[in-house]
Design a protein around this ligand. Structure first.
Ligand code: JFZ
Length: 467
């Protein structure tokens, strides 16, 4: 990044960090009642499933018989091997063969894992749309004579899940997409002249808007998850972003959208780094901030945020990536995020036939087992009233009658069999929520000590409810 931009973003970040020292209530002044209403289900959900699935899924990280690598996003394979769209399509289309009923499996898995919503790729950077589009011939309707978006949405709604559309505004297929306008956004042909001579980006934008309009009007979508912009190419100049958001909001008034049509400080961005977000967002630019592969250290009071993360190191399926996160990591991440007031959007990468890799099924079910026993400490909870305790994390929840409950998530079981805290209310009782076992309390002034059984009931996280 040029030095002057660096300095500018530092200055802006400094200005905004002053803002962030104001009380959450001050920052929430940015919220309108409408926004609070539409955000309600999302704030309570705390856990969603992300799905990256497209032509790249069938390639599975292999190009011309060779693995492209064992690490990193294989949904970028077209860019990694620098293939033009025709070469890519010719190799990938024959390998993308969704089996009947695949979406029912995704929906059941999301429910079993305890997810409340599912965000899936309606079109990734490769440009292939999963619905039946009237404005494209590079779509499931034209190529497979199926509307995969409809199949997925129907299956998700049957399971009572909320539905999100990931939609890439970056496009590696469209012949009018002017990739030379950005040095920071990826494209397989970057640095090369347009193969078709000249391009008119406004024609690409007409297509983008028409396609998004199809998606927003034909399906009951609850979230639009845009992806993504650069400091040198963003917002109105790059995507006619204000109009794009407007047309979606008109079709679906209570939809929730992320901030990735922009890359500016008002929209919650400080830089091009994946950790370059700010603890502040003007809702005109989106409803929530999307830390990627990363959990903010202290959360963002007053700001809606969602950490998206892979189970291994790739979003799109790869045969070569075996770096699966442990159940312990995944469950503790979910708790850590909830304790900071955020959502966890955990990604699965189904194969080209739509089936879910067995390692993924295993992990999602392990989270589901934990959530089945302990979910009341996550759903509808809010950020911890404490700094990170040595033994784990904490969430809290208001219950009917105005009382507050604290949920203590114990990661490291104390050797002395005690946890002492200064509760923000007078505790009347404590229980392990998975088993219902009551725990004794000792009080000393404003300190409460909970007496624990000798060993951890759950080695990953045992949850104590303090009433
Ligand atoms: C984007 C995609 O490129 C990726 O394939 C995946 O879909 C993920 C969820 O979103 O990843 C990004 C977006 C922005 C940056 C880096 C990766 N960035 O600004 O550095």
């Amino acid at each position: 990044m040029p030095n002057i931009q660096n300095k500018l973003s530092l200055l802006l970040a400094a200005g905004i960090s002053i803002l962030s020292t104001l009380s959450p209530a001050t920052l929430r002044a940015e919220s309108t009642p409408e926004r609070d209403t539409r955000m309600q289900w999302w704030r309570e959900a705390r856990f969603g499933m992300f799905v990256h699935w497209g032509l790249y899924s069938g390639l599975a990280g292999t190009w011309e018989g060779k693995p492209v690598g064992t690490q990193g996003g294989m949904e970028w394979i077209q860019q990694r091997v620098k293939a033009d769209t025709d070469t890519y399509a010719k190799a990938a289309i024959p390998l993308f063969k969704p089996k009947p009923g695949f979406a029912t499996e995704w929906a059941a898995l999301a429910r079993e894992a305890g997810c409340k919503y599912v965000v899936f790729t309606t079109k990734h950077h490769e440009g292939f749309a999963l619905h039946d589009s009237k404005v494209s011939e590079y779509d499931a309707g034209s190529v497979l004579h199926r509307d995969l978006v409809k199949e997925i949405v129907t299956a998700l709604k049957k399971e009572g899940l909320r539905v999100g559309f990931y939609h890439s505004v970056i496009d590696w297929h469209h012949d009018q997409y002017e990739y030379q306008k950005s040095k920071q956004l990826p494209h397989p042909l970057i640095g090369k002249p347009y193969p078709n001579g000249t391009r008119d980006h406004s024609l690409y934008l007409d297509y983008l808007h028409a396609e998004v309009k199809e998606l927003a009007t034909a399906y009951p979508v609850d979230v639009l998850w845009w992806d993504y912009s650069a400091l040198d190419f963003q917002g109105d100049a790059a995507w006619r972003a204000t109009d794009l958001m407007k047309l979606v909001r008109k079709a679906r008034p209570s939809i929730i959208m992320n901030n990735r049509l922009y890359r500016s400080p008002e929209a919650g961005w400080a830089s091009m780094a994946t950790e370059g977000y700010l603890p502040h967002i003007d809702p005109a630019y989106g409803d929530f901030i999307t830390p990627e592969q990363h959990i903010p250290d202290t959360g963002m009071p007053g700001v809606d945020w969602e950490t998206c993360m892979t189970l291994n190191t790739t979003w799109g399926y790869s045969d070569h990536d075996h770096a699966w996160k442990s159940d312990e990591t995944l469950i503790r991440n979910l708790i850590d995020i909830a304790s900071k007031g955020g959502n966890y959007l955990l990604n699965i990468g189904p194969k080209g036939d739509g089936s879910v890799p067995p390692e993924t099924v295993k992990s999602m079910k392990a989270i589901g087992t934990w959530m089945h026993l302990n979910g009341e400490s996550i759903y509808g909870s809010t950020a911890s009233p404490f700094d990170k305790p040595a033994w784990g994390r904490c969430t809290q929840k208001k219950v009917a009658g105005g009382a507050t409950r604290l949920y203590l998530h114990v990661f490291d079981w104390p050797k002395d069999g005690k946890i002492t805290i200064k509760a923000p209310f007078k505790p009347t009782g404590a229980r392990l929520i998975a088993s219902g076992v009551r725990l004794k309390l000792e009080k000393d002034g404003d300190q409460t000590t909970i007496l624990l059984p000798p060993t951890a009931p759950d080695p990953i996280a045992s949850v104590i409810r303090l009433e």
